[in-house]
Design a protein around this ligand. Structure first.
Ligand SMILES: Nc1nc2c(ncn2[C@@H]2O[C@H](COP(=O)(O)OP(=O)(O)OP(=O)(O)O)[C@@H](O)[C@H]2O)c(=O)[nH]1
Ligand SMILES: [Mg+2]
Length: 264
């Protein structure tokens, strides 16, 4: 963690402007207030990039954007659908306000939020390595995105703190088999899905959830998948691992319709 802090401070020092890439599905969980404070202290401009906006509803995106623009200019992007990347390029040029030389853009954010993908989206080329397994970008690397924009790609911040396990599962920082408490993590995923779009969970596992708590929902899913122990009791750990795997591989999603992306 200490070396991460040193790296962040160094990137902030070197960059002209910073972008914080957050995951549109978890805007609050993937914001790093410590990094935001460090950027604020440096008095350098910050743009919040709400990435993976193809995975959330238009309403959620608008609500997130309206909330975050109070903190810093916020742009939503889908690196996957190549949406918003030109707007981000213009925003960087506008906010940096630097003429006649390259602009160094430090790219910060939690693991797996799509920092390298955003850089590739703005560059229009696959210049930075990406992967569904978090922790892909190992060291700081410079990426020339053309037209005076130069990115500093960085490894993700490993989340620490009381919500560790949950965040590590949710953000694919750790695979299901490496989590200490897969049942707890799966219950959090269930809670999140039930709060935002219960139907997606029901239709994915072919179950009906009528006000059961997250543990009982896990049991219902375990039964439906026929995950039973010898005495006929449900194998909730096996079900939890399946739910986490389905979530991390993107099969189980909060929204699976075509997303109507709002204008910026
Ligand atoms: N659906 C969707 N997936 C995305 C988007 N951007 C990135 N991804 C996926 O998210 C995963 C992580 O992307 P990366 O660009 O490697 O993320 P990163 O933040 O650089 O990750 P680390 O370097 O490991 O910290 C990959 O599987 C990408 O394909 C997006 O806009 N939409
Ligand atoms: Mg990366």
């Amino acid at each position: 963690m200490a070396s991460y802090k040193v790296m962040v401070k160094d990137v902030i020092k070197k960059a002209d402007i910073l972008i914080e890439v957050i995951d549109a599905r978890f805007p609050d969980e993937t914001r790093n207030s410590e990094v935001e404070r460090d950027v604020a202290r440096s008095r350098k401009p910050l743009i919040i990039v709400i990435n993976k906006c193809d995975l959330v509803s238009k309403e959620k995106l608008e609500e997130t954007r309206d909330r975050l623009t109070k903190i810093a200019p916020a742009v939503f992007v889908s690196s996957k659908e190549k949406f918003g990347t030109t707007i981000l390029r213009h925003k960087i040029l506008e906010v940096a306000g630097i003429k006649g030389r390259n602009i160094l853009v430090g790219c910060l954010g939690y693991p797996n939020t799509g920092k390298s993908s955003v850089i590739n989206g703005v560059s229009g080329k696959h210049k930075a390595g990406t992967s569904p397994i978090s922790g892909h970008t190992k060291g700081v690397q410079l990426v020339d995105a053309g037209s005076r924009i130069m990115f500093i790609d960085t490894p993700g911040v490993i989340p620490f703190g009381e919500n560790d396990q949950y965040l590590q599962g949710l953000l694919s920082v750790k695979s299901a088999s490496h989590l200490e408490d897969p049942v707890g993590v799966a219950m959090k995923i269930i809670e999140k899905l039930c709060a935002e779009n219960k139907t997606s969970l029901e239709s994915f596992y072919h179950v009906s959830i009528q006000g059961q708590n997250s543990y009982n929902t896990l049991e219902i899913i375990a039964r439906q998948c026929n995950f039973l122990k010898k005495k006929g009791e449900v194998d909730e750990t096996r079900a939890a691992i399946k739910i986490i795997n389905d979530w991390q591989t993107g099969r189980l999603m909060i929204y699976d319709d075509n997303i109507d992306i709002p204008s910026q």
